[in-house]
Design a protein around this ligand. Structure first.
Ligand code: F6R
Length: 608
């Protein structure tokens, strides 16, 4: 949610800032802007729309500087207008980029107005830039002015700040929103994540909550929230600039739907032996903690929440008590905390503020241990958790999550196995499951080979405004995920129901205009879902069924069957989600939507 990039160098940083913004654009794409310290002014260029629109407005021969900040926005306070676009500027003296929300901006605005400051935007950010300017006017240097300002802020922020009177200096600060410092001899950068900086450096430091960084002529100094000097480790990012290139694909989402074979193989690598799961892959203290765990509470949002819903089936089948809740709902109520409970967060980005807040709440309420399954090393969730299991999906750029989901499921099955072996899971079953997990990359390729068939099917959705997804048991969350993908990128209203619930209400929606997508693998619920499919057919619903080749289901009037290669029941959700991702993708291609950046959404949701 909003992307920040900043640079202090000896050479011109404008091309780097624009490149960084393009790489961060998945975080927010309502408007974009850049501010540089140049001659006797801070010059600012902003535009609504995409980074490409901003770039088209810049005269690169003239607009040059060695210090600058840039931003791509996902609107929170104030509409999508040029005035609301960042960087924000005060008295041609200070410029600020901000990610997060300042809750007490009204009070600060009134106080600044009483001092004669006027405001041109509706953003909460403008109070920050004016407050920094106010302190500078009272004699503070840039660092002291930012230190004093952030002590007044309530809410969440990552900031990059520059000022006219100190060219070659940039201050960064963070509280509950991510910010990294990229380093290179004589140069330093700020970035919301490493994708922004990887083209210029792979060395970086992670700012901790409350940290302020002073980048002065390439020298980097960090202070904690007590204004004490602190050291933060310089790390090496494993991200490669190419990993975020599109290659031959048309969209990142398409690329990412096609990547899970490798991503799952990477996620399993070093985590399984011939017959068992290696539990030390969950961390040093994992065995000791897992021996005590009596219950698991999963907290997550969106697609990550749905992977938790699938996993609950595995945990409970193996004898491990498990609850799953949407993070914001978890935070909204009191809990009876089971003894020795493990709170498990699942997140692609590791920066979803709702999940972070729920984790805080869980700790306060007495959950004893925490584990995160996450795709972003060095993220806030990773740092806030006792145990960490990294999915190795690689960068996911498309806003709609795809390969992160499949790798989360693989990771969750590994966890269910290591906890389950302390309860009902025997060694033989564990060995069988490990074998099935190992076979996953090949099965993923089989599922992907149906791409063309699914592309044809997608034409049926072009004139549809609604769709119903049905699943049962392990596959109800897959139906939920299929519906979420379709609505996110094609803007077709899609709802998922447990198939057995159809007759309790949603059947009233079914007519010849309603596509009904059923996930019907060959398991002990097959006969039941077949009955539900008949209920739909009897009412003229247009059925598309994803079924096992051996399920005995064939195409007929009003029913299209996509046959999925046989797969073991436990791992089947990881395979069945792939055709649903492909379906959503192809429908969106036909509808001509902005697939990688669907309207109103952003990849990393760092505001509450
Ligand atoms: C859906 C999607 C979102 C995310 C959700 C959680 O395609 O991308 O629903 O799954 O915002 O994000 P993470 O996993 O980063 O915590």
């Amino acid at each position: 949610m909003c992307g920040i990039v900043g640079a202090v160098s000896k050479s011109n940083i404008v091309p780097m800032l624009i490149d960084g913004l393009k790489r961060l654009e998945y975080r927010g794409y309502d408007s974009a802007g850049v501010a540089i310290v140049r001659d006797n002014e801070i010059e600012r260029k902003v535009n609504v729309g995409r980074v490409a629109d901003l770039e088209a407005d810049i005269d690169f021969d003239r607009f040059k500087a060695s210090t600058g900040i840039a931003h791509t926005r996902w609107a929170t306070h104030g509409g999508v207008t040029r005035d609301n676009a960042h960087p924000h500027i005060s008295q041609n003296n200070v410029a600020v980029v901000h990610n997060g929300i300042i809750e007490n901006h009204h009070e600060l605005r009134e106080e600044l107005m009483s001092k004669g400051y006027s405001f041109y935007s509706q953003t909460d950010t403008e109070v920050i830039v004016n407050k920094v300017d106010d302190f500078i006017n009272h004699g503070d240097d840039l660092l002291a002015a930012v230190q004093k300002t952030i002590k007044l802020l309530k809410g969440a922020y990552a900031l990059g700040v520059i000022c006219l009177s100190e060219p070659g200096r940039m201050i960064g600060a963070r509280s509950r929103s991510p910010l990294l410092v990229g380093v290179k001899p004589g140069e330093a950068y700020l970035g919301s994540d490493m994708s922004a900086l990887i083209a210029v450096t792979n060395k970086f430091m992670v700012l901790e909550d409350g940290d302020i960084v002073d980048i002065n002529q390439g020298q980097v100094t960090i202070y904690n929230n007590q204004d004490q000097l602190v050291e933060r480790d310089v790390k090496t990012s494993s991200l490669s600039a190419n990993a975020i290139e599109l290659g031959d694909y048309h969209h990142y989402m398409q690329k990412e739907i096609f990547e899970p074979g490798q991503a799952i193989a990477d996620t399993l690598e070093g985590r399984i032996s011939a017959n068992s799961v290696l539990e030390q892959s969950f961390g040093h203290d994992a065995a000791e903690i897992f021996d005590r765990v009596e219950a698991v509470q999963i907290i997550a949002c969106g697609t990550s929440f749905y992977s938790g819903l699938v996993a609950r089936n595995w945990f409970e089948k193996f004898g491990v008590r498990c609850d799953v809740e949407i993070a914001t709902e978890f935070s909204s109520r009191a809990h009876v905390v089971p003894a020795n409970a493990l709170v498990l967060t699942i997140s692609q980005s590791g920066e979803t503020i709702d999940t972070l807040t729920a984790l805080d709440k869980a700790k306060q309420q007495g959950y004893r241990y925490s584990l995160t399954i996450c795709n972003a090393a060095e993220s806030s969730l990773v740092r806030a958790s006792d145990l960490v299991f990294m999915t190795h999906a690689g960068p996911e750029i498309g806003v709609a999550s795809t390969k992160a989901f499949t790798t989360q499921l693989a990771a969750l099955l590994l966890l269910a196995i290591v906890l389950g072996r302390r309860k009902l899971l025997d060694q033989t079953t564990e060995a069988e499951l490990v074998n099935e997990l190992r076979s996953l990359p090949g099965k993923v390729e089989q599922a992907l080979s149906q791409d063309k068939e699914i592309q044809k099917l997608a034409t049926r959705f072009v004139d549809k405004n609604h769709a119903l997804f049905l699943g049962r048991g392990l596959h109800f969350p897959i139906a939920l995920e299929g519906a979420l993908k379709l609505k996110e990128i094609s803007y077709i209203h899609a709802e998922a129901y447990p198939a057995g619930e159809l007759k309790h209400g949603p059947l009233a929606l079914v007519d010849s205009q309603m596509p009904v997508i059923a996930v019907a693998p060959n398991n002990d619920l097959l006969e039941k879902i077949k009955s539900n499919i008949q209920e739909v057919r009897a009412r003229g619903g247009q059925l598309i069924v994803f079924a096992d080749q051996e399920s005995g289901m064939d195409a007929d009037a009003g029913i299209e069957v996509i046959k999925v290669a046989p797969v073991d029941d436990t791992i089947s959700p990881i395979i069945y989600v792939i055709p649903l991702q492909l379906l959503a993708y192809h429908v969106a291609v036909i509808k001509g939507t902005d697939i990688d950046k669907p309207r109103n959404l952003a990849k990393s949701v760092t505001v509450e």
